[in-house]
Every structure is written in C-alpha cells, then in structure tokens.
Design a protein around this ligand. Structure first.
Ligand code: HT7
Ligand code: ZN
Length: 855
C-alpha cells in the first residue's frame, strides 16, 4: 500500500464552495445524488479528481450534461477533465448501508441509518475531494419511509420538510458554516429526544436535543447536564460561544470510536451517553461528561478551525483533550483527575512511545490514517498543550488561544499556526518547543539533589536523553518544564516558593540558597512534563514526600515510586522488602486531612503493565507474583484498617456527589485488599455488597473482587449478573470485560469459551473490545506461556479484519510489543504476527500495524 508523506502536501487543485446532497434512504439500496460547485484553485491544468471508496458512479454530468466518456476511474477515484475554472458536477451512486460492516460512510445500526466520515468515510458516500482543507457549504435533502425513519437529521438548521406520496417524507437541512466533508453527518430513524435549551453569553437561545430510542430517554439526563455545563465552561474559560441555533446528539450502538463532533449533529457511541445509577459506574459517568465536553469543545477546536491535513490531527485532538481534561478537573477533584490522566497516559501512551509504533504527535507518514488516532496524538498531544500553558502562563496562553481562533476562524490550519499564534500573543520564542511536535519517544530525565546536611545550599543536577524511535535514531534535547520545590526534611514545610525550571539542554544545574534545613526534592510536581523521571531519592525520602508534599500529585507520585522501587527490587531479587510501603500506606490511610477519592488512588499498586514497562526483559509471571505478594502483605498487615475503612465508607443511599464517589472508590479498593488479607469472610462480604448494591459502581466492584479471587460465590455472582442484565448490552459488555480481566483461574479458557457465547459478536466494536480488547491487556492471561492467548487474539484479528479493519487493527499493539518479552514469548508473539501478515487479502489498516510491529 501507498505511504502518504507530510512533506508531499500540496494545496487542493479544485475547491468545492457548495455541495447539495440528495439522499433517497433505504437500508438495502440508498441513492445519493451530489451536486458540487467546483472552482479551479490557482493556475494549473490538472483534472478534477474525486475520491471514492467502494462506490461506482451511476451517472456523471458536468454543467447539466451527462458525460458518457469524458470521465474515467483511476482506481477508486473518479477523474474528470474540465476546461473552465468553474463547473457544476453531478454524480449519482447507490449504497447498501445494511451490509456496510466497516461502520464508515453510511451504515445501519439498530434500525437507524447513520454516518461516520472522519477521517476518510465521506468518499464511501459520494465522490468528493475527501481532504480536510476543502471547505464547503452543505445543503442536504433526505427522503425516507416515514414509519421506519420518522426522524431525519443532518448538520445545521432544519429549513424544510414534509410528507410525500407512498408513506415517505423528506427533510431539508442547511449548514451555514463552511466545513470539511469529515464533519458531514446524517441520521435517520425512530428516535425520541431529550430536549432542553441553553442561553449563550450573548443571549442567543440554543435548542438542544439528545436523540435515543424512546426507552432510553431516562438515561440521557447526565449527558444533557454535561452538555450545558460544557457550553457554559467554554464561554467562561476560552470565550467561545456556540454558533448554530440547534445542537443535536444521537446515540448509536455500533460505533468504531467514542463519538464524533459533526457540525451541530454529534454522533455518539451509546456508551458515552446512556447512564443511570443502576447500569453505569462512576467511571462511566465521568467518561460521559468528558466525552460530551470533548465533542462539544471541538466546535471551536476542530470545526471552526479545522486541520489542513491529517498530519495535523493533534492540532484538534491534543488541544481538545486538554480542554476536556481542564473541564473535568474544574467539575470535581482536580488532583484525582490529574492522577487519572497520568495513569491513562502511562498505560497507553508510554508503551506506544517505547514500541515499534512510536510516532511524533505530528507524524511524518502513514499508510492508513485511522491507525493514527492514538494515545500519542490525543494524550501526549494534550500534555504538550499543558506544557505550553505552564511555560507561557495563564494569561499569555489565553491570549494565544484567542489569537489562534481569531486568525484561523473558518480555515484549515496547522500545528505550526497554533505555535506561531502562541508566540505572537506572548512574545516567547518557542523554537525549541517545536521539537515536541517533531520528536517521538518519552524523554528520560535524571535528577539528583546534593545538599549540605543542615541546610544552606543545595545543587540540583538535571540531565535528559530522548530514546531512539523508529526512523529517529538521534534526538535533540527537549525543553522540559519541571515544577520543583524543596521541602524541609524536619518540618515538612516548603523551603521557599515552587520554581519552574525549564530543562532545555542535555544537562543543567540549578542552585538553591538560604535553605533553613536539609531539603527533600519534590520534582515534576503535577506531572508538569510527560517524562520518565529517575532520581536518587531514598525510600525514606519518598515515604516522607508521600506523607508531606503539599502538591497532591507529587504526593501520589512519591508513593507510586516507592511501591515501584520495592516491586522492581522484588522482581530482581525474588524478595519483597515491604516495610516502607506498608508504613507509607498506613500513614495515608490514617491521615485525616486526605479525602477518600485521593486515598483510593494513592494506595493502589502500580499496574503489572507499568511495572513491566520499567524492565528490559519482561517475565509477566514474575511481575504478577511479586505484585500479588506485596498486595497480600498490605492486605494482612493493614487488615484492621481495611475493615474499618470498608465499614466507614458504606453509604445508605446512592448519591452522585464527589464525596460519595470517593467513598465508593475507596470502599472497593478496601474490599480488594480484604479479599487478599486472608480474612475468611471476604467472599460473603463481597457477595453481600453485590446483593445490596443500589448502584453499578458497587455491583461491579464486588463482582470484580469475586472474579479475581477463588471462591464458590464467583460463578454464582457471574451467573446472577448475566441473568439480571442480559437485556442491556452496555452492562453485558461489563460482564465480558470482568471475566476477560480476571486475575484468577483459567482466564484464557474462559475467554475462548466466551467467544462462542451467543451474546458475543465481532460485528459490534463495544462487544469486541469488551472481551478481546480487555483480554489483550490482561498481562498474565494474554501472556500465558503456552501462547494460547496470542493465538486467540491473532485469530480474532483475522476474523475481524474481514468485517471491520479499523477494529481489527486496534488489537495489534498488544502483540506488537514482543521485543520487550523473554525469548520464548517473543518467538510465540512474532509467529502470530507473521501468521497475520501472511494471510491473504489483509486490509491496509492491519498490514501497517503488523508490518511496523515486525519492524
Ligand atoms: N474526532 C473523532 C474521531 C473519530 C473517528 C476516527 C476514525 C474512525 C472513527 C471515528 N469516529 C470518531 C473523535 C474525537 O476525537 O472526538
Ligand atoms: Zn476529538
């Protein structure tokens, strides 16, 4: 397959200022007529080239005359030679939405017809220059059977509609804003709306609608609250007001991603809309608010200012993730939100940056752009915006975003445009900062503090290296902003104000003067830079910071580092020296100044995957054993405390408040420790929680603990859960996931059996992810020494690739990390990757991921 390169970018030959689309909708045979007003862009003689994908023209006409031979197909593209500079092109195609299993373009889901066009799905609907720098004004006419599809939605404003003969009806929608075709959307179906309204800061009234099956209406309140809160937040925080008179959201069950920011008509995976306490966890509630906010914020960072080409994807995604993270931090505990975001970055992005699929946030080339909707583009991209804000300061950052929005409104922009706007607004020189856009790999920073024992002076030595990544052997130093404070070793108080040190060289030294006592180093506070940090701080220093650092993230981080050092020493030596960890965890559990949500995060051990990341050669069994041993010790040594915390955090009635959420979280964590503490009643405690729960957080918390440990109650609870929720697909996804993540029993065998369960299907991305995606991150079971786990996932990749290449490609990275494992597993993983690569008819999605993984 062809490699697309950033350096080959050329402005479009032809622009399309206007497009009128006419859909005669039918699940089996939909007719699409497109009328494009095309204009030559600059002086050239190139023909008009319209992208297509699995479509064929039924007719082509130019300026009202049907052409019979003046057009040709070049592969999937339609090519027309045109003499003048302005023409009207009309094409007609026929689509079959009900057999479109790729879920790109126009497809059927649960009786609805809906579209997904980002990144290159519009070419599956009609012939068009499918690139984000071609901006058009859209008019869309939809016609369908009224009984089957009573609701007809598209972008912009509803301008006309009515009944037609033969039980059919139509709707006409016009979007006044110029947009790239990836933001086009339509939905037709039997939907009901939760309607509300929002008054903007300039006093305009916006009609809001969340469209779902009517039975699901009661489960849309939380999403609606989140939408209104997002609209108000974007006005307050970035001065951005919504622009159309209508904002609609539709929930669909079959969706390749989380959601899509189509102009005025967001389409969501139903898991990011539907929630009530009985079926959705606190985590689901948070994710719904985060995704609703994310898609809403795209209206400015993505839609009003879009991307010039797909190499600029992080321009909209990194910035928008940063915005949704800020929003969520403002809604609840900022400290806990930061901990969660860093945990997600370390779980998904750090391994990506250290593996065969590493790429900079602005990649240089791709085969299939869908493979680049990654944690690097999204989450590392957000960290880079966060660093910009930290370096420039709050006010200059806001001046920069104002300038960026003003300068590029209605345009397709680049990452360079964003950085230039930041420079112009702040006067800062960001020449070196641009390296964050160009270089892949997580920088490693070493920090060492040498201090006079009684205070006075201290010297902080810093050095950095950026590891080689595919195609980038040598790197330049990155500008790394480090929030640094020194705490008094006796008093625990800060010795002077926090400093922002930007490490811009390979090595650097910083001097501290006038220290009234011996200092302890607190560095990269708030996770100010996305780096791996190595310090020579002792276990005692880390325990001290975990008890005293006023920065909650640094406090959490010190505990994590202490636990990690203990676990890594355990993997190396076979003995776990648990004393300092037990003491530090006890301190945290008994500190009256800490809230439950923070404590719940702070006392969790680093994940097996994160421990594995630190090692040159991974043996998953050794890691699991050492981790389990420390967990057991924490369970037994602190048994009374866990019991007391478990009892204290019991609620009488469900409430969705930050403090109730924190209590539920800590209680679940305590239950997990009780289960490994040797307490003989743990299973009945878990089963009682499972039975008495009035919310899904407590239900699934108890089910998870039962599933992860040996008890007869395990099977009973799993069977009960299935019977209780068998009619609710989003909850049954949790049933599959809980079993796929199990750390006890024959998980490989269970997962193989579940793949033949009548409720399992590879056609639905949520269900596929709930079983196979979850299993592929279960460190112990997936890496079963027999290789059965690898074979199972590879078989799934091959089966899914025939239906939905995007979904298949997402399963590759777990196998792609083979180089990090001990030799036997390496060989088994490589063999499965080769088996996939040798399969006939592989999609370019899977081909790209597998061939790069084999390197
Ligand atoms: N911008 C949206 C991306 C998206 C997507 C990409 C590829 C295939 C299917 C997709 N559905 C949505 C999501 C977002 O970041 O907001
Ligand atoms: Zn996005």
């Amino acid at each position: 397959p062809a490699i697309i390169r950033r350096e080959d970018y050329r402005a479009p030959d032809w622009l399309v200022p206007e497009i009128a689309l006419d859909f005669r909708l039918d699940p089996a045979a939909t007719r699409v007529t497109a009328r494009l007003t095309v204009r030559r862009n600059g002086v050239h003689t190139h023909p008009l080239r319209l992208d297509g994908d699995e479509i064929a023209p039924l007719s082509v006409s130019v300026d009202g005359e049907e052409l019979h031979d003046a057009w040709r197909m070049d592969g999937p593209a339609l090519v027309i030679d045109l003499a003048g500079d302005d023409h009207l092109i009309e094409t007609e195609v026929q689509l079959s939405p009900e057999t479109n299993s790729k879920l790109m373009g126009l497809y059927a889901s649960g009786g609805l017809l809906c579209t997904q066009c980002e990144a290159e799905g519009f070419r599956r609907i009609t012939f068009f220059p499918d690139r984000p720098d071609v901006l058009s004004r859209y008019t869309v006419r939809m016609e369908a059977d009224q009984a089957a599809f009573p609701v007809l939605l598209s972008n912009g404003d509803h301008v006309d509609g009515g009944e037609l003969a033969g039980g059919r009806h139509y709707a006409l929608w016009r979007d006044p804003f110029l947009k790239p075709c990836y933001l086009f959307a339509l939905v037709a179906g039997d939907l009901a709306a939760n309607r509300d309204s929002f008054t903007t800061m300039s006093g305009r009234n916006i009609d809001l609608g969340i469209w779902v099956r009517s039975a699901d209406l009661p489960r849309t309140e939380h999403a609606m609250d989140a939408l209104k809160a997002s609209m108000a937040w974007d006005e307050r925080t970035y001065g951005r007001e919504y622009d159309l008179a209508v904002f609609n959201i539709v929930a669909v069950d079959d969706f390749n991603f989380g959601a899509m920011e189509n102009k005025g008509l967001n389409i969501f995976n139903s898991r990011y809309i539907l929630a009530d306490p009985e079926t959705a966890t606190d985590g689901d509630y948070d994710a719904i608010a985060g995704v609703v906010a994310h898609e809403y914020f795209h209206n400015w960072s993505g839609n009003r200012v879009t991307c010039r080409d797909w190499f600029q994807l992080s321009l909209k995604e990194g910035f928008t993730v940063f915005r949704d993270q800020q929003f969520s931090a403002d809604q609840g505990s900022a400290a806990v939100k930061r901990i969660e975001d860093v945990r997600a970055l370390r779980a998904a992005q750090f391994p990506e940056d250290a593996g065969p699929l590493a790429h900079p946030i602005r990649p240089e080339s791709y085969i299939e752009i869908t493979n680049f909707y990654t944690a690097t583009i999204y989450n590392k991209g957000a960290e880079i915006i966060r660093m910009l804000k930290l370096i420039l300061g709050e006010e200059a950052f806001r001046a920069g975003t104002d300038l960026y929005f003003e300068r590029h409104d209605g345009q397709a922009a680049t990452c360079e445009d964003f950085v230039t706007a930041m420079e112009d607004a702040s006067g800062a020189d960001l020449t070196h900062f641009r390296r964050w856009y160009a270089q892949a790999g997580t920088p490693r920073v070493k920090a060492s503090l040498i201090a006079e024992p009684t205070g006075g002076r201290a010297r902080l030595t810093l050095s950095q290296t950026v590891p080689p990544t595919p195609g980038q052997d040598t790197k330049q130093p990155m500008p790394i902003p480090l929030r640094v404070a020194l705490l008094g070793a006796q008093s625990g108080k800060p010795l002077g104000p926090e400093r922002l040190i930007v490490l811009d060289e390979a090595e650097s030294e910083v001097l501290f003067d006038g220290l009234s006592e011996a200092p302890v180093l607190s560095i990269n506070r708030g996770f100010s830079a996305p780096i791996c940090l190595e310090t020579d701080r002792s276990a005692a220093d880390l325990a001290f910071l975990s008890a005293h650092d006023p920065d909650p993230f640094a406090r959490y981080e010190a505990m994590q580092q202490l636990m990690l050092d203990t676990l890594l020493a355990g993997v190396r030596t076979g003995t776990v020296e648990s004393e300092s960890v037990v003491k530090a965890v006890r301190n945290t559990l008994t500190d009256p100044g800490l809230d439950a949500a923070f404590v719940g995060e702070a006392v969790l051990l680093p994940s097996e995957a994160f421990i594995a990341e630190q090692l040159d050669e991974i043996d998953p069994d050794a890691i699991a054993e050492v981790r389990e041993s420390l967990r057991r010790t924490l369970g037994t040594e602190l048994a009374d405390l866990w019991q007391e915390i478990y009892a204290r955090n019991r609620a009488n009635r469900y409430e969705y408040t930050p403090s109730a959420k924190g209590s539920r979280r800590l209680r679940s964590v305590a239950l997990g420790y009780i289960a490994v503490s040797g307490d003989e009643d743990w299973a009945s405690l878990a089963l009682t929680q499972y039975r008495d729960a009035d919310n899904m957080t407590d239900t699934i918390g108890a089910l998870g603990v039962l599933t992860n440990n040996a008890a007869p109650e395990r099977e009973q609870a799993l069977a009960d859960f299935y019977e209780r929720y068998r009619a609710d697909p989003l909850v049954i996804d949790k049933w599959f996931t809980t079993q796929a993540l199990a750390s006890h029993g024959d998980t490989v065998g269970t997962v193989e059996a579940l793949a033949t369960h009548p409720d399992f299907t590879i056609a639905n991305p949520n269900r596929l992810r709930s079983l196979v995606g979850a299993f592929a991150v279960n460190q112990r079971a997936f890496h079963d020494p027999s290789g059965r786990g690898y074979r199972f996932v590879a078989d799934m990749v091959l089966a899914v690739d025939k239906l939905n290449p995007q979904a298949a490609a997402r399963l590759i990275p777990s196998l792609g990390r083979w180089r990090k494992f001990e030799p036997k597993r390496q060989a088994l993983m490589q063999a499965e990757l080769r088996r996939i690569l040798d399969a006939p008819g592989l999609s370019k999605d899977v081909f790209e991921q597998v061939s790069k993984s084999l390197g």
